[in-house]
Design a binder for this molecule. Sequence first.
Ligand code: CO
Length: 295
Amino acid sequence: MELEKWKEAGKIGSEALAYAKSIVKPGMKLLELAEKVEEFVINKGAKFAFPINLSIDAVAAHSSPSYNDEETAHGLLKIDVGVSKDGFISDLACSVDLTEDKQHGKLIEASQKALDEAIKLIKPGQELRTIGKKIQETISSYGFAPIINLSGHELKQYKLHAGLTIPNHDNGSTTTLREGMIIAIEPFATSGSGIVQDGRPSGIYKFEAEHKTRDMLARDVLKYVLEEHRGLPFSGRWIVKKFGVRSLFSLRALEQANSLHHFKQLVEKTKAPVSQAEATVLVTSEGCEVLAKLL
Ligand code: CO
């Protein structure tokens, strides 16, 4: 039963990413893209495990349109989608080159190839460092660097980052994979230094702890995010949709009270472009089964 839901989340996630890739065009508003993909997923009877990440050029991850966002699709766009079926999650991503001269082809190929090579290594008993080493070697063979302070992660019900991290370089970890684990593998490749640092606020939030607040609306918002998202990240835009623009003040108050965590964008240190590929896989007795990946 559980496995069926993991598979369902994987199938809908894969379809949603393929759909997003098929409709995105240079100049299209990111907000429009986000809303179309959201409608697609909801119509399939699933929810989001996190707001769609639409990150451009040197922004590696953690960027999602705000309710009044004017930014348009351009450059090297990463589309990272997370779908939840009763808390069973799929997490997958691809990169799209929206430049006129298609200058990012090799960079995109590097992260895709690294993902494919990593998937071949997934089996019970495999050391994490071996997977990271393969990702690093593959990306380096294209003349690029992996982002070493971003990593893949284990998935559990309602937990996006549970337990293991899957490194994008040889981090020395001799921890091994076990049958039945579900993991997201996500190599990032860059022509820059391979380190990301915090950038602007992302518009993506997560429940942190319940602290007292005098703001009635803030209390309602907090109650809602707990019921609706159960600790999974959510978009400020969804809160505005539900509670109106006034709720932006409540989000700010909840953030200041440490009831909510507001994620920052993750930006490549030297402002060099970053590509990403991501899939969700189940570790099986023989190797792995891909649950979610770009079709
Ligand atoms: Co992920």
